[in-house]
Design a protein around this ligand. Structure first.
Ligand code: ATP
Ligand code: MG
Length: 429
């Protein structure tokens, strides 16, 4: 039973967190804050992950010390964020995020615009009203993310029955789901992200609220959407996340033009790209958002190019306009910073070079800084039956070949081209 006034204090004998699994730096910061008279706990994803015997991505803290007070205590501290003011303390290579306890925004007539900003859609764009520990619990998104851990006492503090949610493998919002999703529509994406990553269910009332509130994602600033998209698809279970986003009708608010092109009956390039990203993450290989954007926007950009060509435009111009438009239109939903757009365009531009295999440009193509990403993309396109497998095989072999073999492969290419040229001429004669 939820009693938001009295927390359940779970002693170390009744939970599975071992203090030795917690970052020493986080423990040191908590010790210092406590010695200075503040409350301080580990909170959120790290407590959840430790209880699930998973390795936390990072260690976040919550305290009643104000950001400026935290800053005055730690030399390597930076205050960041406007929507949420947070302190980042860097120790060694580790960054510990420290959030000051927050309270619910005040009623509208008492709002201080500097502290809180709520839009006409009910979205909270700034949320810097500070509160007590108990207030802080209620501002968090889900029961599983609202557990606090005190490393000195080795106790878990549970105000919202988060332990039961963990046991039931259930993502339940704190408070009314529709209200919480209206305040911050990104919470719907977070629900799906955690459900996919942890293999949890989303509570039925939250699922219905997602159906009702999904379109509010239109009002989330594209820059924040980019942060979230990266988290969704670089989590190591992107394919599952993508399927869940689609089944909850959320994907269309992230990549509307891609959604329009998806034909579930045929090989689906986005799904293949996401499976490929998962495999790379699992084998410790680097992943870049540009590769994903190149794959996700490929079908829309090709459809656009075809439409332009149908109006009589020459293919080069149609391609150039379609790529620029695709990136501009998508960026209305999920930000595509210039440096990302450049890489996406490079990966696309290399596709025709890879397909054509013009002998004199082979070495230049192999040395191109985006060759590897472009080759991986060509590989996926081959699996989607867009490309003759012989072409990608050729590029696979030439990468593995030594210099002498490479030159021989390029010579062979030249002679088949000449042969083809002669045949064509003869036929024309
Ligand atoms: P991850 O493993 O991805 O880091 P996390 O739960 O730690 O998961 P963060 O984005 O690091 O997620 O946020 C830390 C904590 O802050 C969350 O566990 C949650 O309690 C709270 N939080 C984050 N985003 C929101 C939000 N949009 N609304 C309410 N609470 C949030
Ligand atoms: Mg976290």
């Amino acid at each position: 039973m939820i009693n938001k006034d009295v927390p359940r204090i779970i002693p170390s004998s009744a939970h599975s967190i071992s203090a030795s699994a917690v970052s020493d730096n986080a423990i040191n910061i908590i010790d210092q804050l406590k010695r200075a008279g503040y409350q301080a706990y580990l909170v959120g994803g790290c407590v959840r992950d430790l209880l699930l015997a998973r390795i936390p991505k990072d260690f976040d803290l919550a305290t009643d010390a104000r950001p400026e007070e935290i800053k005055s205590m730690f030399r390597a501290c930076r205050l960041i964020g406007r929507r949420f003011r947070l302190a980042h303390v860097r120790i060694g290579g580790e960054v510990i995020e420290i959030a000051t306890f927050r309270a619910a925004p005040l009623p509208d007539d008492e709002l201080d615009r500097e502290q809180v900003h709520i839009t006409d859609h009910g979205q909270v764009l700034r949320d810097n009203v500070y509160g007590t520990h108990q207030d802080d619990v209620l501002r968090r998104d889900f029961g599983i993310n609202a557990l606090y851990y005190d490393p000195q006492e080795q106790t878990v503090i549970d105000y919202v029955d988060g332990m039961s949610d963990l046991r039931d493998r259930m993502i339940r919002t704190i408070g009314d789901p529709l209200e919480r999703f209206r305040e911050d529509p990104v919470r719907m994406l977070r629900a799906v992200r955690f459900a996919a990553k942890l293999d949890f269910n989303i509570a039925p009332n939250a699922e219905s609220a997602i159906t009702e509130a999904a379109s509010l994602l239109h009002h989330v600033p594209p820059a924040r959407m980019l942060d979230e998209v990266t988290k969704l698809f670089h989590s190591g279970c992107a394919l599952k996340t993508y399927k869940m986003l689609r089944s909850h009708s959320l994907f269309r608010y992230l990549f509307p033009f891609t959604e329009q092109c998806i034909d579930d009956m045929s090989p689906n390039l986005p799904a293949m790209a996401l499976a490929n990203t998962d495999a790379r993450i699992q084998s410790g290989k680097p992943v870049i958002p540009a590769f994903l954007f190149a794959c996700l926007l490929w079908d829309p950009v090709r459809a656009d190019k075809d439409k332009l060509q149908d109006t009589g435009m020459d293919p080069r111009r149609a391609w150039s306009i379609a790529t620029t438009d695709a990136i501009r239109d998508q960026a209305q939903h999920v930000a595509i910073p210039k440096r990302l757009a450049i890489v996406v365009k490079e990966i696309w531009a290399l596709q025709s070079r890879l397909e054509r295999r013009t002998p004199r440009s082979i070495n230049m193509t192999l040395q191109h800084r985006r060759f590897r990403a472009a080759y991986d993309f060509l590989f996926l396109r081959t699996k989607a039956n867009e490309i003759d497998p012989k072409i990608v095989d050729w590029w696979t072999r030439i990468q593995e070949a030594d210099q002498r073999e490479r030159e021989a492969m390029i010579r062979a290419l030249k002679s088949t081209r000449r042969g083809r040229g002669r045949k064509r001429k003869r036929r024309a004669a």
